[in-house]
Structure formats: C-alpha cells, structure tokens
Design a protein around this ligand. Structure first.
Ligand SMILES: Nc1ncnc2c1ncn2[C@@H]1O[C@H](COP(=O)(O)OP(=O)(O)OP(=O)(O)O)[C@@H](O)[C@H]1O
Length: 866
C-alpha cells in the first residue's frame, strides 16, 4: 500500500510506546496516531505518570549504556594488554606477523563507535513462556537452519571479538515489573560453548542487541549480544502473526553518542506489553513528526527507520543493522551453501544486504571462511571507496574488496575496444574459441622417446607414448585436469614408463630418480613437442593476430565477419608490450584458468551484476567454484552494451543456474515522489520489471528547474550561440543550487553527462564553490561533481541532475542512455533537483500509467527559473 501525505508517526499497524529525552509520548501527545487512541488513558494525570515512568526507564537504559561502554573499554584494554610470545624470530616471523595483525584487528573491532555506531540499538524481551521461536520468515530462501534460536547449525560466535564464554543477560537495567529481569521463571537458557543459543532458554530473558558482543569479564553473560546470533533474529523477523517468543521489541534512538529515545513495539496481546511505562504512539526526538512519512509501513516502527535513512551523510555508506527489514533479513541470513540473486530496484538495499550478508556469513562460518575468504566485487574504486567502511564498522576486517578489472589485472589493460569488438570479446562463445586455441597446440606423438639413464638407455615406443598422450588429452578435454598439470603428469607418466622398461631389464629407479628423469632434457623435449608450454597472454595474442589459428579455433562458433572483427581488434603494440583492452584481459583470464586454474573464495558477493558480460561472469564463477555467490543487481540499471536482460542467463554464466532469485521492489533511499518520476522511464528500459515503491514520502523532494521559459522548444534548432547561452544559464542555476545545498547538512552531488563535467567544474570553481570532481579511483566526498558514468551505486542527500537529455545522449544507444538517466535520477535520499535547458526526454515527460507509482494526486512540480 502506498500512503499519501500521511505522517509517519502513528501509522504503524501496532500501537507503540515511545520515550524521548525530556518527554514521553502518550495519549494527547502531538503526533500520536489515531489507531492507538482507543487504548490510551485520556486522563492527564495518567499521562503525567506515564511520562515520569518513561523518563525513569530512559535513564535506566542510559545507565545500562554507560555500563556497556565501560565493559567495552575493559575488553579493549584487555586486548591491548595481550602480547605475542615468539620463539625463534626467523621461524616464527610469519606467525608473529599474523598474530600481530589479528591483535590489531581485534583492538580495532573493539573501538567504541560512540556517535556513529551505538553500542546497542535494540532490546528484545522474550516472553516468560517462550518455547523457542518459530521463524516467521515464510520466505523461500533456504537457509539450511530452522531459523529457531538454538536450532542445530545455529550461528556460533567463536572468534567474535571478545566473546569468551557464556552469556545470558542478568543485570539488565532494573525496570520493575518488566519481563526478562533475572529471577523470572524459565530464564535459565544459555549460550552454548560455540555461542549458539538454546531456544527455550530465551524464555523470560532480555537481550540488548549491538554490533558485537560486550561483556564485563571473561566468562560473564554478555551485556550486549551480536546482532548475528540467532537470539537476535526475532528483532528482524517477528511480527504479531509470529512473535517468535518475543513479548516486546524495543528500538533505541541516538543523537550522536547520546541515547535520546526508545520505541516499544509489543508483539503479543492486544495493546502494550506488560511493564510498559506508557502507551501511545512514538514521538521522534525533537518532538515534531518528520516531514515525510513511512509510505508503505515497515518493520522499524515509528520514525526510527526514516530518521536513520535521512540522517545526513558525510560521504561513505553506513551499516543498517539497526533497521534491516524482514525481506532483507531473509537474504542476509540465507545459508552459506545457498547462492542468491537479488533483483532489486534502486535503493532497495541490495548493496547493504550484500555487505551484511558477508558479515553474517563470517560470523556463522568464521573458521571456514577465514581460510577460504570472502570477496566483494564492485564496478569501480569510487564505489568500493563508498562502501569500504561498512564491514569494518561491523567488526569485519578481512573481506577483500575488488573491482572486476582488478581481479584479472595480470596484464595492464590500457587499450580500448570499440563497442562491437568489446561485446564480441565478452561473448561466452569466446570461451570455446580460447579453449580450442589452447588445444590446437597439442600434437600427437610421431615417434619413440629415447632416454639415457645412469643404468642404461631406454626407449618408450611411439604407440606407448601416444597412449599416455591420449589419456592426458582426454582428461584435459573432459575438464578434469588443467593444461599445465596435465603436461606435468604426462612427463611423470613418461618417466614412469621409462622406469618400467628399466625394471623389466632388472634395474631399479628410486622415486627421486623418477622425478629427476621427469625433469630431464629427454622427457622435457618429448613432452614439449606434443604438449607445448603455453603462456596465457601469448596464446590470446596469437589467437587475435593469426587468422589461420583463429579460423581453426572459431570454426562453427564465430562467422567470418566476427572473426574479422576480432582480427581488427587485436591489441596494438609490440609482441612484448601489447596494449590489452579490458575485454582482452578476460580472455586472458579464461586462458589462464584453462592452463593453471584459478584460486577461489568461500563466498563471493558481486554488485551491479547486470552489467557483466558473459566472459566477466565466467571469471567470477571460477573464483567461487567451490563456494557460493550473492549476486546483486537491477536489470533496469544495466548500462553496458552487453548488459543482462535476464537473470536466468546471467546466472548460468555465473555458474549458478539454480541460484535462488529474490526480488526487492520496496525502496528505502529514494522518496516516493522521486521514484515515481524516475519510474516513468521503466516502461522504456525494462518493461518486464515491477515498478518500485518507496518506504518514504517527502513532499517537495523533487524540483525541476527549466533554465529557459522556452525549454520545450527544439534545442537542436537553436543556433550555436543560443546553445552556448543555454549552457551558461544552466551553469548559473546549478551554481546557485550548489551554493544553497552546501549550506545544508548532508552530502551533495551534481551529476552531469561525462562530457559536460569539465565545463561545470570550471563554473563551480569560478564561483568559489568547493566541489570535488569525482574520478573513477576516488572515494566520494561530501560534495562532488559526478560524471554520470560513475554515479551507479552511489547516493547523496541532495542531488542536482544537469541536463537529462545530454546524459541520455552520452550513451551509445538511447535505451542505454535512458537507463543511465534512471540510475542518475535515483541517487537522492532527500532532494532531487533537475536542471535543464534542453527539453527533458519525452519518456520522462510523459507519465506512463503502467509504471507510474506516484500516489494519487502527486504532481511533479515544474519550476521555471531565470
Ligand atoms: N533497512 C534499511 N535501513 C536503513 N537504511 C536502509 C535500509 N535498507 C536500505 N537502506 C539505505 O538505503 C540506501 C540504499 O541502499 P543500497 O545502496 O544498498 O541500495 P541498492 O539497492 O544497492 O541501490 P542501487 O541499486 O540504486 O545502487 C542506503 O543508504 C542504505 O543504507
């Protein structure tokens, strides 16, 4: 359901209790919703009492926070006090270095995120009679665990910072009458040694949830439990239909390091939970309801989700542990063995979900993944810089982040291909061509092999050698052995054949002698003649420059015209220094894998996966051959010429045709007003997709400024002087808008067609405005000028989009241009201003009923400036 114009407060289906610093919500409080009114005591005295009780409870929570912080400081001091005892400085060098890094990370993981990452963000009060929670997910991502706390295979915490033993939450702040205080019958559950939780033991207990476990002394119950433990699961999943054994869910609000509010959501009964100090709707800090509202309802009750999303950004992405939504949690907690593909509209949290999934998997399978590794792959360094802080904030420092090109960066790719050649080189058929080119170098033996040893001369006949060769070649063709390994094995088998002949003559060769023989000149030469050593770049270069080899390798796979395209796109430069293109690098990677194999990771998360070519997909697939994948993307945001049009095909290229597909359409970043506007493009770029909705409305979030009252005139018909004049007017408006936005809190991006960036940068610099031009290797700063080609995956509080028509025209195909525009228009969290002199693309001007998602009556304001 999409709401229209309602306030966020009091719009949730369940009545809540909320308290903020200096006050308490309740009946009669401004902003209270109507739904809870029937249960609210109207008497002023009762309200006053409730307020006092709420304040007292808030104070108790603050005490608990202070205690937690002190405990964390103690854990940090303990970690800092640990030392590494070495023995032999040479023998132990690697171990000592490893332990030092681990110690450093442990200390970093215990940093107090005061002001940015509160010690705890929620509290769960389990019902005294909780008998293990049913998992209310009802979804279809197979986790391999029951979902109930304490289920076999439930996550453990071994290796989690500072967890040494067994928790339980005695010593929770004293809220008289509140459930979960020690002494409540049934509160005898405990964490297992591995950190898993006995479901039934949660009964009657209270848990504070944070980014890591916090305990006072080794062996103590934790004051705060990690959000990834099973006992925390109901925080994200429970609802009235399935409270999962939880009586009440409490969320905390912070203003910097200060705990300023809490909101209670009873999950059982018809009203507030026992022990609630007050009843009524929540009130956000500051007392006033937010400007917008929760448009479609949400787990995070009251305004906390909204406030969290709208909290001004300084640049980097933040974690979302405090507000992960049920549909997101489904994916985050999917079992390690499950490969998941998430098709998600802009701002639905795909990237956030992928990163939290990495943290969750590391927590639940720490030992295994510490060995195998977790890899996050993103489109460029700017994007990786933007997301870099999320996992460390969650206490995870070991996840490698890489761009796709860096992964295959064994040759410097400095060349460029035309679109046609790049598309062809990225085609999956190239894998067949490369493989055939490699096999093309094999030659059946055409004579015997003669070997001289210290105990005599021996001959392996042609037929015997051919048999060994045929065996090796069959293994290669079947894909059971790599080219280089098969070559080594052939040499070993040839040497073994020599030994057999020697033994038949009464001589014996030791294993060492056998190895020497396999490396000896005679065997090496014989093997080289039939199974030549191959270097991957040299093979690909020959393939692209030798028409005869290409014709043999591509016979029946590529037609002659396609072969010509490849020959014309051979890397320029000398034999030793060819100028490889990025697409060449993936062909080389393919060849390298056939020759030597590719080391893989335990779990791979790939973002913006819709943009990958089949050859790029294959490069990723071989990096997690024995692991699992989380594939994130949006077909509507595909901007490469080879962008995927179906996940089915893309997943097959990624080696996971059976991956589970999850579709997210509920957006968090972009307010409904903006997503409705951008959504007009959807029918023209990916009509098969469901139109996105938004969790938030923000009246006034979208403003369109036409630089010319005559903006609808055909700009192409205008003479050059007029066009230049229009550019000047646009730049002037952008400059004004930037100056105004810089005065407001939060991050800012001016996004323009790549070709327009230089001129705009000059205009902004001329006006003395401090805006950085974002480069592909830069991390976005608080205020930057972003080329449209780099906007993907990023977000800013305020976005100024300049000249949509130019952004569309900047791509090689109108559909790709519209997709680029769709990406650009969906980067704003709070405000989007579109500035144009050229006519807006007609796809954007014409509302498309089939995809328009604007709540009824919502108009796009068009303001004429200048
Ligand atoms: N549950 C949530 N709680 C708070 N913020 C959230 C939540 N889910 C998503 N967000 C926020 O919404 C924004 C968009 O998230 P994210 O970048 O992960 O979306 P996306 O689907 O990858 O978007 P795009 O495809 O446009 O790049 C981020 O600021 C993220 O922190």
């Amino acid at each position: 359901m999409v709401g229209t114009g309602s306030r966020g407060v009091g719009r949730n289906a369940e009545p809540e209790t909320g308290v903020e610093a200096g006050g308490c919500s309740g009946a009669g409080t401004e902003g209270a919703g109507t739904e809870g009114e029937g249960e609210v005591d109207p008497a002023a005295e009762a309200v006053a009492q409730a307020a006092a009780a709420g304040r007292a409870e808030l104070e108790a929570e603050r005490d608990y926070l202070r205690r937690g912080r002190a405990a964390l400081a103690g854990m940090r001091a303990e970690a800092e006090g640990t030392q590494v005892a070495g023995g032999d400085p040479v023998d132990d060098k690697v171990t000592i270095e490893f332990l030092r890094i681990a110690r450093k990370r442990r200390i970093a993981g215990l940093a107090d995120g005061e002001g940015t990452a509160p010690l705890f963000f929620a509290r769960l009060d389990y019902a005294p009679d909780a008998r293990g929670a049913r998992d209310g997910r009802g979804g279809s991502v197979d986790r391999g665990v029951s979902g109930a706390p304490g289920a076999s295979g439930a996550p453990g915490v071994s290796g989690a910072p500072g967890v040494s033993g067994a928790p339980g939450v005695s010593g929770a702040p004293g809220v008289s009458g509140a459930p979960g205080v020690s002494g409540v019958p049934g509160a005898d559950g405990s964490f297992e040694a591995d950190g898993s939780f006995e479901a039934d033991g949660a009964a009657g207990r209270r848990f504070y949830l944070g980014r890591r476990h916090v305990r006072e002394s080794a062996g103590d119950d934790p004051l705060v439990v990690d959000w990834r433990t099973d006992v925390a699961r109901p925080f994200y999943r429970a609802h009235r239909g399935d409270p999962m054994g939880v009586l009440r869910r409490r969320r905390f609000g912070y203003d910097g390091p200060e705990l300023t509010a809490f909101e209670d959501e009873p999950l059982t009964g018809s009203g507030s939970a026992p022990g609630d100090a007050t009843t009524g709707a929540s009130v956000p800090p500051g007392g006033a309801p937010p400007a917008g509202g929760l448009a479609a309802g949400g787990l995070a009750a009251g305004g906390l989700l909204e406030r969290e999303i709208e909290r001004p950004r300084s640049g980097p992405m933040r974690d979302i542990v405090a507000t992960i939504q049920p549909e997101q949690d489904e994916i985050v907690r999917a079992d390690l063995a499950v490969s998941v593909c998430v098709q998600g509209a802009p701002g639905t949290g795909k990237t956030a979900v992928g990163l939290h999934r990495a943290a969750y998997l590391l927590f639940t399978h720490r030992e295994r993944l510490a060995r195998a590794g977790v890899l996050v792959v993103g489109p460029n360094r700017a994007f990786l810089g933007y997301i870099a802080a999320v996992l460390p904030t969650l206490g995870e420092f070991t996840v490698r982040h890489s761009t796709l090109d860096e992964l295959v960066d064994t040759v410097a790719a400095r060349g460029v291909d035309g679109v046609e050649a790049a598309t062809l080189k990225g085609d999956a058929r190239l894998a067949t061509v490369v493989r055939r080119a490699l096999h093309d170098g094999l030659r059946s033996p055409d004579g015997p092999v003669r070997v001289v040893t210290s105990v005599g001369r021996w001959t392996v006949g042609e037929e015997e050698f051919a048999g060994l060769f045929a065996d090796a070649a069959a293994g290669l063709r079947a894909g059971t052995i790599r080219y280089a390994a098969a070559r080594d094995r052939l040499a070993t088998r040839l040497a073994a054949a020599v030994r057999r002949h020697a033994e038949a003559g009464g001589h014996f060769l030791t294993d060492g002698a056998l190895r020497t023989l396999a490396r000896g000149r005679a065997v090496r030469d014989a093997v080289e003649a039939v199974w030549p050593k191959v270097d991957a770049p040299a093979l690909v270069r020959r393939l692209l420059t030798d028409p005869a080899l290409l014709a043999r390798a591509a016979d029946g796979v590529l037609d002659p015209a396609e072969q010509q395209i490849l020959l014309a796109a051979a890397p320029p430069g000398g034999v030793r220094t060819p100028r490889w293109s990025p697409a060449d690098a993936f062909c080389i990677d393919e060849a390298r894998d056939l020759i030597d194999g590719t080391p893989g990771v335990g779990h791979l998360i790939v973002d913006e996966a819709q943009d990958l070519s089949p050859m790029q997909c294959r490069a990723l697939a071989r990096r997690c051959a024995d692991g699992s994948l989380t594939v994130l993307g949006d077909l509507a945001q595909g901007t490469t010429p080879w962008a995927a049009t179906s996940w089915h095909a893309q997943l097959a290229h990624l080696g996971r045709p059976g991956a589970h597909l999850e579709v997210l359409t509920r957006g968090y970043r972009v307010p409904a007003q903006i997503i409705a506007f951008a959504g007009r493009l959807l029918a023209h770029i990916s009509a098969e997709l469901t139109a996105p909705t938004s969790a938030r409305t923000a009246p006034g979030a979208l403003v369109i400024l036409a630089a010319d009252a005559d903006a609808d005139a055909d700009a192409d018909a205008a003479d050059a002087a007029d066009a230049a004049d229009a550019d000047v007017r646009v730049a002037a408006i952008v400059t004004d808008q930037v100056a105004a936005a810089l005065g407001r809190a939060g991050s800012l991006a001016v996004v323009a067609a790549d070709a327009d960036v230089a001129a705009l940068a000059a205009a902004l610099a001329g006006a003395g405005l401090g805006v950085d031009v974002l480069g592909a290797d830069d991390t976005p700063s608080r205020a930057c000028l972003v080329p449209a080609s780099l906007a993907k995956g990023l977000e800013f509080d305020h976005v100024i989009v300049v000249e949509p028509a130019s952004i569309v025209a900047g791509e090689i195909h109108p559909r790709l241009g519209l997709r680029r525009l769709y990406v650009v228009l969906t980067r704003a969290v709070s405000e989007l201003t579109v500035v144009h002199a050229r006519p807006l693309p007609h796809e954007l001007r014409d509302p498309v009923p089939a995809t328009a998602v604007a709540p009824a009556g919502m108009d796009v304001p068009v303001v004429t400036a200048g």
